[in-house]
Design a protein around this ligand. Structure first.
Ligand code: NAD
Length: 311
């Protein structure tokens, strides 16, 4: 396979590049390095099977040139992180929406297979036990800025799906649920790296809200092979597929586990959502994937437990 990985200098994208190159594929990364970093790819720089192109998915002609030379596209570039999205909703919307349209269109016109990284955020404030892909309360309140990311990702899914239907584009939509692993930074509000950094520095671990909200964290090392297998599975085309871990934990429980595993003397400090993100911020109480569709399609079974993910 010769693959374009948009957002390949980011956390998930760089692990995908490692995996693809290690499995004998050629990879071209398109990344504007806004939240990603060349450092995430230093192990691949100089490898003849790998190329990093610095540029934006908003540059339609660049996207067309790169995709035109490849047979597969993993589209991961996006404006991410709660702070980015809340502070710059318009910019986030532009990148996530128009950028995706450029990439899908290029894949469809050049006959490349296409995967778009979507998110559990499209389920909105749905607290159901184990969210299935057909959960009926998608996109909680798209007009609140917290949800502009979810709204754009939901539209990304729709654009990809419609291209799949009308042009026959082989297209997979993956909905990630709180993916964690090496190279993820806490700078953009990602909770596990932030807690670990605070614990290692002996600073208070700041838990937003009352800490009873529950999440499942998935390992990047479980989802990368799953993405590649889904791309090779025609039964997965034109479907949205949940990917994540299955071990549920409260955010306060996560903070306590981080303290224990790092041997830190940090204490847990509760900070209101309003103080953390400003007025009107909303978060859902529970978010847990049902991954049985991925299990049916590709035998997906997450291997890493929460403690492995933290350490
Ligand atoms: P990340 O910030 O590490 O990666 C995103 C990458 O996209 C970065 O390298 C960034 O520089 C690049 N990028 C941003 N705007 C760009 C543009 N206009 N042109 C080119 N590149 C651009 O984040 P991540 O956690 O690796 O996320 C990867 C994808 O997975 C994103 O689409 C994100 O929405 C999705 N996702 C991630 C999670 C998670 O838990 N990490 C959960 C749900 C969805």
């Amino acid at each position: 396979m010769k693959a374009v990985v948009t957002g390949g200098a980011g956390f998930i994208g760089s692990h995908l590049c490692d995996y693809l190159v290690a499995h004998g594929h050629e990879v071209v990364v398109l990344d504007d390095l806004s939240t990603g970093s060349e450092r995430n790819l230093e192990q691949l720089i100089g490898n003849p099977a790998f190329e990093l192109v610095k540029g934006s998915i908003l540059d339609k002609s660049l996207v067309g040139d790169l995709v035109g030379d490849c047979d597969t596209v993993f589209h991961l570039a996006a404006a991410v992180g709660v702070h980015t999205i809340v502070d710059k909703p318009l910019q986030s919307l532009r990148i996530n929406l128009h950028g995706t349209e450029n990439v899908v269109e290029a894949a469809a016109s050049h006959g490349a297979r296409f995967l778009v990284a979507s998110t559990s955020e499209v389920y909105g404030k749905n607290d159901a036990d184990g969210l299935t892909e057909d959960a009926d309360r998608i996109l909680g309140s798209p007009l609140k800025s917290r949800w502009s990311y979810a709204a754009a990702k939901g539209l990304d899914e729709l654009v990809a799906y419609i291209y799949g239907q009308e042009t026959g584009l082989p297209c997979v939509i993956t909905r990630f649920f709180n993916i964690v692993g090496p190279r993820q930074t806490g700078r953009y509000g990602m909770v596990v790296p932030r807690f670990v950094a605070q614990a290692l520095a002996g600073e208070p671990i700041t838990v937003y809200g009352d800490g009873t909200q529950r999440r499942c964290f998935g390992s990047v090392f479980d989802i990368i092979p799953a993405m590649v297998r889904l791309m090779d599975t025609p039964a997965a085309y034109n479907q949205a597929v949940n990917l994540g871990g299955m071990e549920e934990v409260s955010i306060k429980g996560l903070a306590e586990r981080v303290i224990e595993l790092t041997g830190s003397t940090s204490e847990v400090r509760l900070v209101s959502y309003e103080d953390a993100y400003g007025e009107g911020y909303e978060d859902m109480q529970r978010r847990m994937p049902d991954t049985s569709l991925a299990a049916d399609l590709i035998g997906y079974e997450p291997q890493r437990r929460l403690d492995d993910i933290i350490t």
